[in-house]
Design a protein around this ligand. Structure first.
Ligand SMILES: Cc1cc2nc3c(=O)[nH]c(=O)nc-3n(C[C@H](O)[C@H](O)[C@H](O)COP(=O)(O)O)c2cc1C
Length: 266
């Protein structure tokens, strides 16, 4: 008998027979053995498969949409001013967005050699998302982390009016790996390889210089701002100058660092 015949004969009865376990009819043939039944179950499996794919796809895209924060901790001392304030900023950001993820990179723990000006990165293909760096050290693992980030927290003590040597070495090593040469006669500054726009905040601390003297003793913030713009494709939205911590102590600035982290997310 054709499937059309089965359908004409008693379609509802057969469906109820398949769906309702308590149902009794004069047609004992199980529905999955009929042509209609095969279609019915086939459609069900197809629908379940599609639904599964949809739910999994949504879950995957949610994971991809998670904001990914990378914090660069450039103090020589762990557990002290900058380390503490960077942790506070991360806590503020994660409170504002509990789905976000954060990774802190303490530069002092990493083996980061000085840039050798070999120009391997600068001469590399500008269409590559990350240029080749000839030095095989911990920066090789840091480059992709920086590239994948959605937001940055950069923390450094002020050392002789500037960022620490750790941060400067890190900047020099990243400059033409995440950035590419600008084709312009009036600027040698790189432009970001990654077209995705990001945001950043900076935290700086001084031993004795109070915040109101920042204007005359902070060459680090303009450098950080330039690095964010030209290399990370990130806008420096705000910064905290934790001045005179020898007098004020770190606790004086913890709330401000927490708020800065929240600001990065919102
Ligand atoms: C070599 C060196 C240079 C420093 N230069 C300055 C400075 O120019 N102005 C200032 O107020 N503090 C200066 N300091 C003090 C540091 O800024 C201060 O100890 C730091 O912000 C503390 O951060 P940390 O606890 O994360 O190490 C200097 C410290 C060192 C070791």
């Amino acid at each position: 008998m054709s499937s059309g015949g089965v359908l004409q004969e008693a379609p509802l009865t057969r469906i109820l027979h398949a769906v309702g376990p308590g149902y009794r009819s004069e047609h004992p043939r199980p529905i999955e053995r009929t042509a209609f039944g095969r279609q019915w179950f086939g459609c069900n499996f197809l629908a379940i498969g599609l639904a599964n794919r949809l739910v999994y796809g949504l879950y995957e895209s949610l994971l991809e949409d998670r904001m990914n924060i990378v914090a660069i901790m450039a103090s020589y001392r762990k557990g002290r001013t900058i380390d503490t304030l960077v942790d506070q900023a991360i806590a503020g950001a994660l409170t504002a967005n509990p789905d976000a993820t954060a990774e802190k990179i303490s530069l002092v723990d990493k083996q980061i050699e000085y840039c050798r000006n070999c120009k391997a990165c600068r001469n590399d293909d500008p269409s590559k998302p990350l240029a080749h760096c000839a030095i095989q050290d911990d920066m090789q693992a840091i480059y992709p982390v920086l590239d994948a980030a959605d937001a940055y927290i950069i923390g450094t003590p002020i050392s002789m009016g500037n960022e620490t040597a750790l941060l400067k070495a890190f900047f020099e090593r990243s400059c033409f790996v995440l950035g590419k040469p600008r084709k312009s006669w009036f600027s040698e500054a790189p432009i970001p390889r990654n077209p995705r726009k990001r945001q950043a905040v900076a935290i700086l601390s001084t031993g004795v210089v109070p915040p109101w003297l920042r204007l005359f003793s902070d060459d680090a913030t303009p450098l950080i701002k330039g690095f964010c713009n030209n290399v990370l494709n990130a806008r420096l939205i705000d910064s905290l100058y934790a001045g005179a911590i020898e007098k004020r102590t770190v606790d004086y600035y913890t709330n401000a660092a927490y708020r800065l982290g929240r600001e990065l997310i919102t």
